[in-house]
Design a protein around this ligand. Sequence first.
Ligand code: PEP
Ligand code: MG
Length: 754
Amino acid sequence: MLEILRRIVQEVNSAPDLDQALQIIVRRVRESVGVDVASVYLKDADRGKYVLSATEGLRKDAVGNVRFYLHEGLVGMVGEREEPVNIEDASTHPRYRFASETGEQRFHGFLGVPIIQHGKVLGVLVIRQKELRRFGDEEEAFLVTLAAQLAGAITHAGASGQIAHALQTPEAVTTAIQGIPGAPGVAIGQAMVVYPPANLEAIPDRVAADPGHEEQILLAAVAAVREDLRDYARRMSAVLPAEELALFDAWLLMLSGDSLVGETVERIRAGNWAQGALRETIGQHVRVFEAMEDSYLRERASDIRDLGRRIVTRLQSERSSARMVYPKTVLVGEEISAGQLAEVPLENLAGIVSASGSSSSHVAILAQALGVPAVMGVQDIPVGRLEGRQVIADGYRGSIYINPSALVREEFLLLQSQESELTEKLREISAQPSVTPDDVSIPLYLNIGLVSGVEAEVHSEGDGVGLYRTEVPFLMRENFPGEEEQMRIYRKALEAFAPRPVTLRTLDVGGDKMLPYFPVQEENPFLGWRGIRISLDHPEIFLTQMRAMLRASVGLNNLTVMLPMVSTVTELDIALTLINQARGELIEEGEQVLRPPIGIMIEVPSAVYQTGAMAKRVDFFSIGTNDLTQYLLAVDRNNSRVASLYQTLHPAVLSAIRQVVSEAHRLGKPVSVCGEMAGDPAAALALLGLDIDSLSMSVSNIARVKWVIRSFARSEARDLLEQALQLEEPRAIREMYNNVLEQGGLGGLVRAGN
Ligand code: PEP
Ligand code: MG
């Protein structure tokens, strides 16, 4: 059964559109269960009906014509109950509705299972038998398992089909594809697809400017790979047995025949560039092999994939620098790295669309820092087919449009012009102090460090730096940077903002930030070796960084040090001892180093409950709500599947912050917030009510948040918070704050967000 399941799911996954996917499902289900009829009814939510969308066994002309209201018939009953309905004689059941178009009066046995994704019923899978038949437990279990696995494939096939239609019918699309808001703003531009090197699946189709040249470089790449393979075979002949060496011969054979190379050449002649043509050919062969009965032959699919990767690596090394940048580029990718982002000049970067990730992924944070709209977690887009397409990315609602209709474009152009008005308004605010109407000053600091290069433009903004993520100098190298090098980097930041304070956070790698030269393999990296845990296990790295920070501040004395991911007081004590040691050494060496203010980030729940003990040891706190939210709610900040559960305005998050602030204030220590929440206008209003002392955010959010601070008195924000905490649901809290902003004339700041 498992094998049958696997094969059906695989076939459905590679179906080009929804109709074919459904057809495969009904055919395979009827065959494998041995029944008279297998049908799929899909929900048409707009019309409130289930529509017969594919069948084997009923009349084909009934497809599209047989419809049940959502609560009608046995199909409606399956959808309503959201569980299997198994009936020996359907025709006598009180919920049974006869549909004459199907010619189905002859059937008695009925088993229907719902097809559900992310808690929503997409449709119903039904099998029928002429005779009276109560389907067995195993059959029921089989269909339930199949339906659960197919839900994703059906959504995907539906989206691909819809997009394929959009690609063929220019200017046709009025419906949005849903993702997650990543960074606010609206981008209208052309898709530039980015893909990791040698990731065959993610290579886009592209029109070949010079097919002759494409053919030539393909053949050269194939020849080079053949040469490599011969080389490997020669080298390996001493160590590998003959059977294993035969593999190389098989590969060479594949590359010499007409199939792989010949078909790719044909595709190039039909207009695709070499890499796109290769992806298509390899994909097709892989599918053929994967569908084979014989498990040995099935395994050969991975050989073909491997060959494809080898050729494409060669092709890419030919042209890595020749990337096309559009005047308004929307970067689109399965996953977008900081490096890829940096390849596009900022003035051309209109927006970002990522098939994976969520609003708190580092790419989204980067986009916010750059003020570039971003949509994350758009799972159902065929990335490879989007190069050069017109795209609208709505970073407020987290949706995208491919080949939008003229009407949709107009709507978004209007939104963009409203945005520019808002920007004008924000520019006025920029020069004014961050003070509430009841005269409470809330310093607004900057989060910097993720993007090198933007700093020059932001030096004049903000009251200093509340979070400098020092990971970047570490990420951009091939080994740990030395003390001198780090010192120079930190000194630059300290000088740029002096005399305003600059908070340097010690190394926070691990989780989703891996150093290429310090690989850590873990099952659960976010609960693993990250942040201060790595620093304390490697005092040599930590001491070097501390010495560099302390030396950078000599004469400027605007350094503040912050420790990430602290979860116990022991960690804090050890870190403080090491900081003292570094300072002692420097003083002995004759440096004039002062003791900087030292604080910790509160981003682990255990630290929330130990604020009192920590407060005795540090000078300040900064709440890292990105991590605190993920750890409090047990929701991975990068997982788009659970992104709707990632809610910073969750009552638990607000209560945790309240607890930290009250404990810290009791002991006279200030509290800041430096997670993305601080830059979200509605959340900033909540934080004002939570008695936060300062906020730290991306430069692009400073003016927005300042507008909030200047519009609401602390006392008013406190009252609002009391009301918010009466509400038990995050969405209700978000809605309440959005309404308050609207009523206060700050509607332009309202975000969809969680
Ligand atoms: C946080 O966790 O809120 C934070 C600011 O740190 P980072 O996003 O770098 O993990
Ligand atoms: Mg963090």
